[in-house]
Design a protein around this ligand. Structure first.
Ligand code: SAM
Length: 340
């Protein structure tokens, strides 16, 4: 199997049965992580791109069973930032050195197309790259954001197992999520997707299908994180995913989609203080620290113990830079598009 992993570094393919085998045992982990790191170095270099996330609303009309800010979680103190707060946070991040802003929120109807277009134009006027992560929208809405200047869009498929998807997402449809992803690609967004690793009922085979789906979609970014059970959700008593399994899915993704952007995610850091460093050493080349200011961060609790809720935005860029340099890597000075 180690030979097959090394071959995958050359030809970017692996049989589904081999992906499953790798996921089901720890036997090949060392070779897998080392090879994914070598592919990252060869295809993306030692540069790590830092993207600043603004979590601008935790109000959501959806009821994803795993999510801490799902609609029916009445214990969440809800907030939404004003348009000027969002622009101010982005301007502050720009001054600090961020080249990309990621706007993330629940599916909050308050932010009409008109409001979002205004926010997008304000941020684009600062010369920043802009990623949206605001859920399922109509084709027309996606088109309007793109025309206003949005560059990228993140929408995890969460799982490609249709039955599991249905169980976890009441009143949502797998077909519509797929439609969204295909729209985003067609409209010319750099399109990001990804999954939760360790969902109850998820199998190694379904994860193998997920990875093959990333390739079929020709996704430009892949965000992966362990599922972390959140209080006051239907899955609060379920077992969560492990960091090691999430890292393995990430490393396999790097082998098969060699030039894409892959973040070391906050959920990885939540499970281990060195989680993001481990990810950067196993295939990741992006990091997305939170640049939302004040108490808002503490209210955007998708899961408990979310890393970095206590770091101030003053420290964020410098601390992230220090971390990147501590492992011999450098901070990106460009927007870090897939085909830069
Ligand atoms: N509403 C947007 C969407 O659906 O893409 C963006 C916000 S949503 C909260 C962002 C991501 O959080 C989801 O794609 C999901 O994978 C992740 N997430 C939610 N609950 C989580 C949990 N309990 N553990 C780990 N990640 C979680």
């Amino acid at each position: 199997m180690n030979k097959k992993i090394e071959l995958a570094a050359k030809n970017a393919t692996l049989e589904k049965a081999d992906i499953i085998k790798i996921l089901e045992t720890d036997e090949y982990d060392e070779c897998l992580f080392k090879t994914a790191d070598a592919v990252r170095k060869a295809k993306k270099g030692d540069v790590v791109h830092i993207r600043g996330i603004i979590e601008f609303s935790n109000i959501c009309k959806q009821n994803c069973k795993y999510c801490g800010i799902r609609k029916d979680n009445c214990s969440v103190e809800r907030y939404r930032l004003s348009l000027s707060e969002i622009t101010d946070f982005a301007a502050h991040a720009n001054e600090k050195g961020f080249k990309t802003i990621v706007l993330q929120s629940g599916e909050d109807g308050f932010f009409s197309t008109e409001k979002l277009v205004e926010i997008i134009k304000n941020i684009k006027a600062m010369g920043l790259a802009l990623t949206l992560s605001i859920g399922e929208k109509t084709t027309e809405e996606y088109r309007a954001y793109k025309n206003a200047g949005a560059d990228r869009y993140l929408l995890r498929i969460e799982t490609t197992d249709k039955n599991l998807y249905k169980t976890l997402h009441p009143n949502m449809s797998f077909e519509n999520r797929m439609r969204c992803l295909r729209d985003l690609k067609t409209l010319g967004y750099e399109t990001g997707t990804g999954i939760l690793v360790g969902l109850p009922g998820q199998t190694a085979e379904s994860i193998a299908n997920d990875i093959l789906f990333f390739k079929e979609l020709d996704a430009d970014m892949i965000g992966l994180g362990p599922f972390i059970p959140a209080q006051n959700t239907p899955l609060e008593k379920d077992a969560g995913g492990t960091l090691n399994q999430a890292l393995k899915v990430m490393a396999l993704t790097r082998l098969l989609l060699q030039d894409v952007n892959i973040p070391a995610t906050t959920a990885m850091e939540t499970l281990h203080p060195q989680g993001r460093i481990m990810a950067l050493n196993s295939g990741a080349n992006v990091i997305m620290p939170n640049v939302t200011e004040g108490d808002y961060k503490k209210k955007y609790l998708l899961y408990p113990g979310k890393a970095s809720v206590n770091t101030s935005r003053e420290q964020t860029f410098d601390e992230t830079k220090k971390m990147i340099e501590s492992i011999g890597r450098t901070v990106g000075t460009t927007a870090g598009f897939r085909y830069d």
